[in-house]
Design a binder for this molecule. Structure first.
Ligand SMILES: *Cc1c(COP(=O)(O)O)cnc(C)c1O
Length: 390
């Protein structure tokens, strides 16, 4: 997720232009102060929507708020269950809990995303939405998940905060379900510092989301903003013009970022596969992944931890696994297990199959600016560690 690697003169120029154009930092109005008449957030959301092939894009303050807005506009709240997966960033579950609903976590399969078989088994009369997450650049098994959702008449919110640029069956992730959530925080594929985007083809969802993120404003063209009409209560999680401008500069670099990731990944993967002792994360056949992390498994957790330690000694970090598993695996979330309607022991027992896979995974970050020498160093270091440990 290397947008931060690409922060440069283009982003600086885009921000400076705002000040040259009158310095309007707010998404709406102030037309008289906008020399050039530009609305950066609107430009950014239209460009992202076009890039991913969604009818509507709505920029928001964060990916987490995007997930929460998605739940809100679907009318999800107390008494409802929302199904997501045991391996995700904690924000997915925070959004469900904050909406007042009960999170239900399904184990991940070898794709390290939602297991569709367990998904179907966990649907109850209280289930109101399915929230698959495309973790670390790879799609969940969307054919199976969408078929189940259709059969059960449940909306699908894709948490695609991590995988802008990846596709499934030729379509951008985040545009396969009813609503897609994207993040532009500082660790993501492209970054606006903080930011998110809700993508949908559904006009009513788009309108409701627009109203909810802006205190209920309908932006009724018949009235000035101060006399605007409203039909729902809202909130404020708007994106501002500074982020919109930076986002446009970053978006122009997305194709390059993805191409570099894929190039570096291919070289590293070929080398690591020839070691023969590692097993690799499965990628669904329909998925062209973002390739920003290369994940392999070793036989036991102790070996994964030792692997990461030795990589670190050679100046090579890991990405989420194992270094940040605490924030990405539901079994560790003692502080919110009560919201799952389970005891700590029950929650842990229910996610053991995910633990089995995740605890012995090593995730190698793929960066845009890797040189051939750097990739060589990573490959030969991993080869050496594998030969010492396995
Ligand atoms: C980053 C992330 C989020 C939250 O995005 P923010 O913009 O940081 O709020 C949600 N889900 C996943 C899977 C993420 O990786």
């Amino acid at each position: 997720m290397p947008g931060f690697e690409m922060i440069g003169e283009e982003e600086r120029a885009a921000v400076n232009e705002i000040f040259d154009d009158g310095g309007v930092l707010f998404r709406h109005g102030f037309d008289a102060f906008r020399k050039g008449g530009r609305f950066r957030v609107v430009e950014f959301e239209r460009a992202v929507a076009q890039r991913i092939g969604a009818r509507y894009g709505l920029a928001l303050s964060s990916g987490t708020m995007t997930l929460k807005v998605a739940l809100k506009i679907l009318g999800i709240g107390p008494g409802d269950e929302v199904i997501t997966q045991a391996f995700t960033f904690i924000a997915t579950v925070e959004a469900i809990v904050d909406a007042g609903a009960t999170p239900v976590v399904v184990n991940v399969d070898r794709t390290l995303n939602m297991d569709p078989v367990e998904l179907e088994a966990k649907i109850t009369p209280k289930t109101r939405a399915i929230m698959p997450v495309h973790m670390l650049g790879v799609a969940a098994r969307m054919d199976e998940i969408l078929a189940i959702a259709r059969r059960r008449n449940l909306p699908v919110i894709e948490d695609n905060c991590e995988s802008l640029g990846a596709t499934y069956g030729g379509k951008s992730l985040g545009t396969l379900g009813d609503i897609g959530a994207f993040s532009f925080d500082f660790g993501k594929v492209i970054t606006t510092g903080e930011g998110g985007l809700l993508a949908t083809d559904n006009e009513e969802y788009y309108k409701l989301a627009q109203e909810y993120q802006d205190h209920g404003h309908e932006n009724n063209p018949k009235f000035p903003r101060g006399r605007d009409t409203h039909r729902i209560h809202g909130f404020n999680c708007r994106m501002g013009e500074l982020q919109g401008a930076v986002g446009m500069a970053q978006l122009k670099k997305l194709d390059y970022i993805v191409a570099q990731n894929r190039k570096h990944y291919a070289v590293l993967e070929e080398d690591l596969r020839s070691i023969g002792k590692l097993t690799f994360r499965e990628v669904p056949a329909q998925c062209q992944s973002l390739c920003d992390a290369l994940i392999f498994h070793v036989p036991k957790q102790e070996l994964a931890l030792e692997f990461a330690k030795r990589m670190s000694e050679k100046g090579i970090g890991t990405k989420n696994l194992p270094d940040a598993m605490e924030w990405h695996f539901a079994g560790y979330w003692d502080h919110i297990f009560k919201h799952f309607g389970m005891s700590k022991g029950q929650l842990w027992a229910s996610v053991l199959p995910s633990y089995e896979l995740l605890s012995r995974a090593v995730s190698v970050p793929i960066m845009v600016k890797y040189t051939p020498e750097r990739i060589d160093h990573i490959a030969s270091s991993i080869r050496q560690i594998a030969s010492d440990l396995l």
